[in-house]
Design a binder for this molecule. Structure first.
Ligand SMILES: [Zn+2]
Ligand SMILES: [Zn+2]
Length: 399
């Protein structure tokens, strides 16, 4: 363990209660909470959490006032009412196929917000250097409506809290395969928050937004950044795009806190989208963000989960790597998946679980500074983002 890792290890927390799995849209819904349970079981089986690993702390419930720092009273009232009596409020995104109403919906969603808020408080107060809530990352929720499996926007409530504490600059990086539209919208015209989303292009995928020319409101031009990736983008292309855009902008912005959303639905096995990353590429992205937090923010790093619908093959491994990195004890990709966990998956899910913590790839990419090829969709996408936004930060868009 290096000195930096030792520091992370002593000052990192995971926020978790098993009752967070009550955020559950029902058996037909892709965002099955078993993905969280399987992740926490795998992390524990590998010693990533528990004695000697990442310290877990309980998740409080967010108050109505805390949720109302981002959301309209009318939405909150509707979520509470429908969660007691059922029904639908399609104008507020509730009761749709994506966001079915369920019993206790408000309490479950408020708990997710409370868990993320606890992570933000720990980092904001300095009591932790890194803090993670894998059940958070509900980045599509809008001030006035639920969207894309997201009822309340826990990330935005947390960032708002940091700003209310006097934090002057927050960078938010969203690596979920879908555009982080809710967080972007909420801070669209706020120059204190830089949002960067890398996602499969909205031409192909929900929510259909997040293009290079979307740059933020009149008071915050250049603080919304979007990389709209072509379908089929794999580790090498994704990491090439990430490194061409994220580190230079984050360094230039000089945030005091880095907030990252780690939807793992960019994996080639994910059923809802069309990127082709492996666990190894995702792990490389998590490590790059960890290093960036240390380089730029003195290590102040708030981490959430996000999407991810390959419940057995991807989410548990991806987020166990994430928890391990946050906890300062990254696990070797070649590590065997513990047999007890594989047996649990077999009996509970009737599925054969992966054997190793790797997909067997060594993530590598060609650096943008070596030049780019305008004949490829990927490079055109990266160049479109760089040329739209880099000049606004005094950066040269050309390699
Ligand atoms: Zn660290
Ligand atoms: Zn997603």
């Amino acid at each position: 363990m290096s000195d930096v890792e030792r520091e992370c290890h002593q000052h990192a927390v995971g926020v978790f209660d098993s009752s967070l799995t009550e955020y559950d849209f029902g058996p037909q819904h892709p965002m099955a909470p078993v993905r969280i349970d399987l992740t926490m079981r795998l992390a524990a089986a590998l010693g990533v959490t528990g004695p000697g690993g990442l310290e877990l702390v309980p998740a409080p419930m967010a108050s109505l006032d805390e949720i109302a720092t981002v959301h309209d009273g009318a939405l909150i009232e509707s979520v509470e009412r429908l969660g007691r009596r059922g029904g639908a409020d399609l104008g507020r995104g509730l009761g749709s196929e994506d966001n079915p109403v369920f019993d206790g919906m408000h309490l479950a969603a408020a708990h997710v917000v409370g868990a993320s808020l606890e992570a933000f408080r720990r980092v904001g107060s300095g009591s932790a250097l890194h803090a993670v809530n894998i059940t958070g990352g509900l980045h599509h929720a809008m001030p006035d409506r639920a969207s894309g499996f997201c009822v309340y926007n826990d990330i935005a409530v947390g960032i708002r809290w940091l700003l209310d504490q006097g934090v002057e600059r927050v960078a938010y990086v969203d690596v979920d395969v879908h555009h982080g539209d809710g967080v972007e919208r909420i801070f669209w015209d706020d120059p204190r928050v830089l949002t960067i989303s890398l996602h499969e292009t909205g031409q192909m995928l929900f929510p259909g937004t997040g293009f290079p020319e979307d740059l933020g409101g009149p008071d915050a031009q250049g603080t919304a950044v979007n990389v709209a990736l072509p379908p089929g983008t794999s580790d090498a292309g994704w990491l090439r795009a990430f490194h061409a855009v994220v580190p230079p902008l984050v360094r230039g912005f000089e945030p005091q806190v880095l907030v990252t959303q780690h939807g793992c639905d960019s994996h080639l096995d994910d059923p809802l989208a069309h990127l082709m990353l492996t666990i190894d590429g995702q792990r490389a992205a998590y490590q790059a963000l960890h290093e960036l937090a240390h380089e730029v923010c003195g290590g102040k790093w708030v981490v959430t989960g996000g999407g991810g619908y390959a419940l057995v093959d991807v989410v548990p491994r991806a987020w166990t790597h994430l928890l391990a990195i946050v906890g300062g004890g990254a696990i070797d990709p070649g590590t065997a998946v513990p047999q007890d966990w594989r047996e649990h998956v077999r009996t509970r899910m009737g599925r054969v679980a992966p054997m190793r913590m790797t997909d067997g790839r060594t993530p590598a990419y060609r650096d943008w500074r070596e030049g780019f090829d305008p004949d490829t969709w990927l490079d055109r996408a990266v160049h479109a983002t760089r040329s739209a936004v880099f000049p606004m930060h005094g950066l040269d868009p050309w390699p």
